[in-house]
Design a protein around this ligand. Structure first.
Ligand code: ADP
Ligand code: NI
Length: 234
């Protein structure tokens, strides 16, 4: 004790508290860095919207928010479209990251399973979900593929692979296997009929369905106008 001051001088010294970063915030930072300059519609803002919408749906519908947030953050970490259409790469990479950052095997397994269930795999291919967490993440990802942002993303992706905006010679297909869906040569307008317009009827949750109905109308109006202009119907 210092003789001049009646209180312990040690108590006045600033203290630095080291608070360990949570697993979610560590993975948030890692994913944000990796997706910063993506230009195919799979940018960081897509991931962040899926994260926000998935957490919003989980609040209304239930589900463990840590599992939901991690799965949303990691759902496109190794997209099959950029890995020879191998559906196992994404879930494996997500598991690896969670374990590396100190997450439990149980958490890594849960997140890996959700990611394996998230992707759209063709009009005729069922994509069932095994938990409420998986339901809200799948809904959030699909909601970001429709509406005004969905339109922008699909043309960004179509352009990135050199696909035509529209080609009347190419007829939309209802793919009954993931292989056929992944390998098809299509136009971006056809992608609306092969995936985007089918989404509203494949949403899992009631809260997600309401959002999908509004976004679906935006795409229908866009397509009506597109075909009108294409036909030079003045
Ligand atoms: P998500 O990121 O929602 O899982 P995908 O990985 O299937 O969806 O595709 C990313 C974006 O690219 C989506 O908006 C999707 O509709 C679009 N997309 C996927 N395949 C095609 C395609 N052949 N032509 C145009 N857009 C596509
Ligand atoms: Ni996605």
């Amino acid at each position: 004790m210092n003789s001049i001051f009646p209180i312990d001088i040690e108590l006045l010294k600033p203290k630095i508290y080291f608070r360990p970063m949570s697993l979610v915030s560590e993975i948030f930072d890692l994913v944000q860095k990796q997706f910063e300059s993506e230009g195919t519609g799979h940018d960081w803002y897509h991931i962040d919207r899926v994260r926000k919408v998935a957490l919003h749906l989980a609040k209304l519908e239930g589900g463990d928010s840590e599992v939901v947030e991690l799965a949303a953050l990691l759902h496109d970490i190794a997209d099959h479209k950029f890995h020879g259409h191998d559906l196992a790469v994404g879930p494996a990479k997500a598991r690896e990251i969670i374990l590396e950052k100190g997450g439990s095997v149980d958490l890594a397994d849960k997140v890996g399973l959700i990611i394996s269930e998230t992707s759209f795999k063709g009009a005729g291919v069922e994509t069932p979900v095994s938990s409420i967490e998986s339901a809200v993440v799948q809904d959030a990802d699909r909601l970001d593929a429709i509406g005004a942002i969905g339109i922008a993303r699909t043309f960004a992706y179509g352009g990135s692979i050199g696909q035509p905006i529209y080609d009347p010679e190419l007829v939309p297909e209802a793919h009954d296997s993931f292989e056929a869906y992944a390998k098809t040569r299509t136009s971006t307008i056809n992608h609306f009929y092969e995936k985007l317009l089918l989404i509203k009827d494949r949403i899992n949750t009631d809260s997600g369905k309401k959002i999908a109905d509004e976004r679906h109308k935006v795409m229908e109006e866009f397509l009506d106008q597109f075909h009108k202009e294409w036909e030079v119907d003045l």
